[in-house]
Design a protein around this ligand. Sequence first.
Ligand code: ZN
Length: 260
Amino acid sequence: MFIDSHCHINFNGMIQRLPDILEQMRVNAVTHALCVSVDLETFPSVLEIAHTYPHIFASVGVHPGYEHARDPDVTELVSLAQDPKVIAIGETGLDYYSFKGKTLDALAWQQKRFRTHIQAALASGKPLIIHTRSAAQDTLRIMREEGAAAVGGVIHCFTETWDIAQAALELNFFISISGIVTFKNATQIQEVAQKVPLEHLLIETDSPYLTPVPYRGKLNEPAHVSHIGRFIALLRNIDIAQLGSSTSANFFRLFCGSNF
Ligand SMILES: [Zn+2]
């Protein structure tokens, strides 16, 4: 059993294939998936999928790369997060990579948006889904300044060093590994995937992006998380079933507050 802790099956190109995507999950023993919100404009489509299918969950938030998306305030996020199928706030965080050449002053909106999401997570008691790219130190600093450790969450699609992973673990965050771990040159991520304590590890596809080996060239989908799980189990030299059940139990412990 595996769970895809981060996917975007409401995206154009995915939603049209939803029956097939769900069938492929079933065939590959992928029992649940978290469909992650990237802006408020498309949040209703995320929520609709979660309301239609008991094994699909939703989050609410505005992605740091979506410069022109409408900015929510804390009250609005908290109110949207009250839906029982909304189990997390995000994806939020900082993404300097997509805005190369811009000054930090020009990216002040990103930091403000990130702080709003952390405050909403604290107010609603729902954990954070954090995206960080070329901004690790600022991400950690803002997490500390806003007290994000009190609510916790996950650094999704982790691509940073083991040092950064340790700092995130100390802040009560989980580390989620995507299909990038299967790429030949991904030695840094493979190191992290080996070292993260099993009880703080999650796995994800981030589909439709980041198709793992050996499906490169095809669209990614939640069923492929089983392949990512298998790859990490081999890296850690543990049973595939153990990797699957541990990461699934972690998912429920973090997002649903219970041990399944
Ligand atoms: Zn995402």
